[in-house]
Design a protein around this ligand. Structure first.
Ligand SMILES: [Zn+2]
Length: 116
């Protein structure tokens, strides 16, 4: 399974391309048809460190999984890394309170972290 952070990176890359570097996604929902419903706006840093977004500049968009995949392929071509694991070769398969994260070698790149 693709790491959520990886998918989020691809989505943000699409958003930044369309509206500018200051934009980032703040609502992320998978619709029943499989498309992604997103809201984005320029991010402003508050003094207390909390994340906040410029309400007046909010935009919303719907991306299909294929659009995200295409962006992921571009990222792989640029970096030479495996998109599924983000290049660290590790896949998270579970979490337990006593043992912490349970990880296995990434199933796509067999743990090498490089583009397949
Ligand atoms: Zn991998």
């Amino acid at each position: 399974m693709i790491k959520t952070t990886q998918r989020y990176d691809a989505i943000n890359a699409i958003i930044k391309q369309r509206w500018g570097q200051e934009y980032s996604c703040y609502i992320f929902r998978v619709r029943p048809d499989g498309d992604y419903y997103l809201k984005a706006a320029p991010e402003i840093k508050k003094r207390n460190g909390k994340r906040n977004w410029v309400k007046a500049k909010r935009v919303q968009l719907i991306l299909s999984p294929n659009q995200i995949r295409r962006k992921a392929m571009e990222w792989e071509a640029e970096t030479g890394l495996c998109y599924e694991c983000g290049g660290d070769g590790i896949e998270l398969v579970g979490y337990s309170v006593t043992n912490g994260q349970k990880v296995i070698p990434c199933r796509y790149c067999t743990g090498t972290g490089t583009r397949v």
